[in-house]
Design a protein around this ligand. Sequence first.
Ligand code: HEC
Ligand code: HEC
Ligand code: HEC
Ligand code: HEC
Ligand code: HEC
Length: 345
Amino acid sequence: MKNRTLKLPLYVWSTLALLSLTTSCAMVRDMQALKTPRYESGPQKGADYCGGCHKDIYDQWAKNSRHAVANSSGTFHGMKEKFENDLMLNTMMGVSMCYACHGKRATNEGVNCETCHGTTLPGKSIEETHAKKYEPGLADLKKPDFCPKCHEMNNPISGSAIMSVYSEWRKSDAGKKGITCQECHMGKSGNGLSYHGFDSGVRDIGIYKDDLAVKEIKLDFPRISLLLENRVTGHAIPASCGTRLLVMELSFRDVNGKEIYTLAETFTKKTELMANLMPYKVLKNSQLQSGEKRRLVFQLPLTLRGQVSEVIITLRFYEVPDEYSGDLKWANWASEPILRQTARF
Ligand code: HEC
Ligand code: HEC
Ligand code: HEC
Ligand code: HEC
Ligand code: HEC
């Protein structure tokens, strides 16, 4: 019996994979595409080399950007090892797929300077590389389709949009106005250079400031309602795939300020997994779409009648591996609160 339950998903998935491999050329192509590095895969000099002259940019990248730890973090290795140990996923796709986006395995520097700007010209001086490659290359790096090389992904079997910031962007206000990912995420820093910190929720909550708003908090016992607004005009929040959760916590207090009840609501892309690991298909999407204003209504227990004097609302991000389907107990990390608001009744 035990064996059977273990074998079932494997069988189902391998059959599906075989079936699809023999029936759909598009899928074979998509599977191949997923494994193909999104960058030049030749030998790299490494970030220290570039950083020797581009010190400010190097520091921003090394200190703030998740790019710099994209293939060295514990989170990455944890998931990579589970992937490697799964016969079906490993046979079908292989971990080379991870390095197609998470940077070159050999350098262990994640998405580094050369991943984005390209490798140096072999046998040529750095001045020549600048003149022939890096300077002319900047025009392409500023284009809207540069970041989605890695930040947009459909599962090759289901076709479901696992990472979709670019397609969201194209339909968004910012997209229609041609405001690119780079303009929002790499806006010029103090020294006039494009910012290379690519801030994320863990490292700097600065860019989240005022991106979300909570309004019209009304208590009409036993119901409490509010309006949650996503003011980011470029894509849904939380951006990225299902491991990133936006959580709204409501803490109800009595006249003495004592917590008498709590509620939490999660916003994310909930995905069905292959082999309990790889996002296969989006089941439910509760992300706040770009510019969306969402009315939320919660029901309080009747026993609280006459007792609720205030509510404290907190919003923060959590990172929970997909296999724990959003259970906050298993979070790798939680951000500082990005919004904290009190309403008194
Ligand atoms: C010997 C010092 C030195 C090294 C090493 C170096 N650069 Fe540069 N780089 C410069 C200088 C000087 C400029 C031109 C002035 C400026 O824009 O800062 C420049 C400009 C650039 C530009 C912008 C070109 C433009 O038109 O604005 C890019 C992109 C660039 N470098 C990338 C790299 C990368 C990637 C590496 C590592 C493979 C690297 N550089 C290594 C000195 C260096
Ligand atoms: C995730 C991709 C990415 C990585 C990693 C990256 N860059 Fe850039 N870089 C860009 C893009 C995109 C631009 C153009 C931004 C703009 O102005 O719109 C740029 C611009 C530059 C420029 C032009 C000058 C400026 O600031 O406008 C230099 C120099 C540069 N990068 C050097 C580096 C160095 C050195 C590293 C490694 C420490 C690095 N980059 C890592 C994407 C990247
Ligand atoms: C070569 C692939 C690649 C390219 C090109 C790339 N990224 Fe990334 N990016 C990644 C990976 C992989 C991560 C996740 C790293 C991690 O957390 O381990 C990431 C993380 C990020 C994060 C932090 C996300 C988070 O959840 O904390 C931001 C923001 C980001 N990228 C923005 C950009 C922008 C803007 C561009 C275009 C200028 C870009 N990236 C280009 C691969 C790439
Ligand atoms: C109008 C400005 C704007 C544009 C355009 C934009 N972003 Fe963002 N992005 C933000 C803000 C603000 C956040 C922080 C809110 C969040 O993570 O939910 C963010 C968050 C992210 C994150 C997650 C970072 C984290 O820590 O959770 C990624 C990845 C990302 N953006 C990638 C992109 C890519 C790729 C593009 C282009 C297709 C893009 N963004 C276009 C403003 C923008
Ligand atoms: C198509 C490009 C792409 C491929 C292929 C890919 N990733 Fe990612 N991965 C990203 C990007 C971009 C992010 C960050 C933004 C997001 O979450 O949307 C990310 C985020 C992650 C994170 C969360 C990082 C953190 O600490 O917040 C982990 C873990 C991860 N990837 C592991 C893997 C593993 C393991 C593989 C191979 C089985 C893989 N990825 C394949 C692009 C890719």
